[in-house]
Design a protein around this ligand. Structure first.
Ligand code: NOJ
Length: 524
């Protein structure tokens, strides 16, 4: 199970209002107890912070907000000591505009680093083509100094590197080797499907916003796959390293496209995100459809991963599709995440049911919300400080946190849920333990027993020696499912504690929003 930490918001060890590496270190025992196998840290490198760290100005230096390289080493050591792996977020598509490479590139048209970024002559107010950034607006920024445009797929403070340039590739691979030698266990590659663009910079078709991203000339270029193959080759030179690619597709959830980045499962990314589950509305049939599509897209030797929340797409807990019964639904999401086939990615705070906060405009840090998409209210909502206890600032920091803590912290926090056998946190702990103790849940097949009709989902996870049956009632009404349970079959877990110890027969009754996990053919 991979736990995604947004370092700015996890735990502040030096009371400056920002989470840091020592803070993460101090919470490793909590993570161990939860059952975490690896932590993925959103970027921790030196950054001016235009995009909260996704704009890197030095890939070799830890941003002082987070600590020093010694802090990083200590964290890695302490994590490894507890058998927790450390995965770093690597932004290869672009740098910060404050990176010395860009500064040099922008200094002169004849600069040796000019070709490290994507420059195009053009008149002011006449953009080189119609490409749009992922955040909206043109991909081109006019640079008065040299009278040319440069390309940026995200903010203008994030110029795209030119991956067709050999020197760029060499330098980036050198940097990745550095971190591998530092003992990191893998990388989450940011927007890796953006890495190569159409060489001729041809326009996207007129309706490109409505087009599938397969047709965009700014993404999924055949050469991206080639680069990913060499990234994998590099990782394979070291024992036991992993990679997960952020493959953001338009429309969201093009599972086949995400899965194409797993190639044959051996010479590409180890894992690729498919965000379909995040965009699925609450009913069993809709969930079945995206799960089935994702599972069927995975190559024979590949392996899926599953994700329900992240720092960009907000938390599942109170996304509008959840409507009423959020608490019940959060338990079902936990159950799905830990019983579906694929590596689970859990976003910090989801295990206690942290919700998307409402961050007032004046306190917003994410430019996307503040400046570009004010109605959308930005991504800060899912980046608020971790709620550790009911003390001021939720125990995150003694100083004023960089983003306000959600108002519900007195009820929703780790400390209050830790000792409570009915809490979401305890439920996650049980589920994760269960997953670890069951080969079928951990690495078995996924076999759908129905297609989600009747708002109930039924599936099996199986290996040669073990069969697990999972039933999930998505509806606010009681349901039943017919399955010839034998007397040896055993209920392992329910979202509703009161079901434990009950005897089930072939007509399995489920209460509203109940999920059940059975082990079949259990010897008495
Ligand atoms: C994806 C990251 O998850 C997001 O936070 C960031 O803004 C963009 N990539 C650009 O790096």
């Amino acid at each position: 199970m991979i736990y995604h930490i947004y370092p700015l918001s996890f735990f502040d060890s030096n009371n400056d209002g920002f989470g840091d590496l020592r803070g993460i270190m101090l919470k490793l025992d909590y993570l161990k107890e939860l059952g975490v196998d690896a932590i993925w840290l959103s970027p921790i490198f030196l950054s001016p912070g235009a995009d909260c760290g996704y704009d890197i100005s030095d890939y070799y230096t830890i941003d002082p907000k987070f600590g020093t390289i010694d802090d990083f080493r200590k964290l890695r050591e302490e994590a490894h000591h507890r058998n927790i792996k450390v995965v770093l977020d690597m932004v290869l598509n672009h740098t910060s505009n404050k990176h010395p490479w860009f500064i040099e590139s922008a200094s002169d048209k004849k600069s040796l680093k000019r070709d490290w970024y994507i420059w195009k002559p053009g008149k002011e107010n006449r953009k080189p083509n119609n490409w749009k950034t992922a955040f909206g607006g043109s991909c081109w920024e006019y640079h008065k100094g040299t009278g040319q445009y440069y390309l940026h797929s995200f903010l203008k403070e994030q110029p795209d590197l030119n991956w067709r340039n050999k020197e760029v590739r060499k330098e980036m691979f050198r940097m990745l080797r550095y971190w591998l030698e530092e003992g990191v266990d893998g990388f989450r590659f940011d927007v890796i499907n953006f890495i190569v663009k159409d060489k001729k910079l041809r326009n996207n078709s007129f309706l490109h916003w409505m087009n599938s991203s397969r047709k965009l000339r700014t993404r999924n270029h055949p050469r991206s796959y080639k680069i990913i193959r060499s990234l994998r080759k590099l990782l394979d030179k070291y024992p036991d390293k992993m990679s997960v690619g952020e493959i953001y597709t338009l429309p969201p959830g093009d599972a086949k496209l995400s899965a194409s980045y797993l190639a044959n499962g051996e010479n590409s990314l180890h894992l690729a995100f498919d965000f379909s589950l995040i965009f699925t509305s609450w009913n069993a049939r809709a969930y079945y459809k995206v799960i089935d599509r994702w599972q069927k897209s995975i190559p024979e030797k590949g392996w899926p991963c599953n994700v329900f929340s992240n720092h960009d797409l907000l938390r599942f807990y109170n996304r509008s599709r959840f409507g009423f019964f959020k608490k019940e639904k959060a338990r079902i999401i936990a159950l799905l995440l830990m019983t579906l086939r694929g590596t689970p990615f859990l976003y910090y705070g989801d295990e206690i049911g942290m919700k998307n906060s409402s961050v007032p405009l004046g306190k917003m840090k994410d430019k996307l919300g503040k400046k570009y998409w004010p109605l959308y209210k930005g991504r800060d909502r899912s980046r608020t400080p971790m709620q550790w206890n009911s003390y001021p600032n939720a125990g995150f920091s003694v100083a004023e946190p960089w983003l306000p803590v959600d108002k519900n912290f007195a009820e929703v926090n780790v400390e209050s849920q830790k000792e409570n056998p009915d809490s979401l946190l305890t439920f996650y702990q049980h589920l994760i333990m269960l997953r670890k103790s069951s080969a079928a849940l951990h690495r078995g097949n996924w076999i759908a027993l129905n297609n989600g009709s009747g708002n109930l989902m039924a599936y099996m996870r199986t290996t040669a020696d073990e069969q697990i049956l999972v039933l999930v009632n998505f509806s606010p009404f009681a349901k039943h499912y017919i399955y010839p349970l034998k007397s040896m079959d055993k209920l392992l877990l329910s979202t509703h504690k009161s079901s434990l110890g009950k005897t089930f027969h072939s007509k399995i009754n489920l209460r509203p929003f109940e999920g059940l996990v059975f082990k079949l053919n259990e010897k008495e």
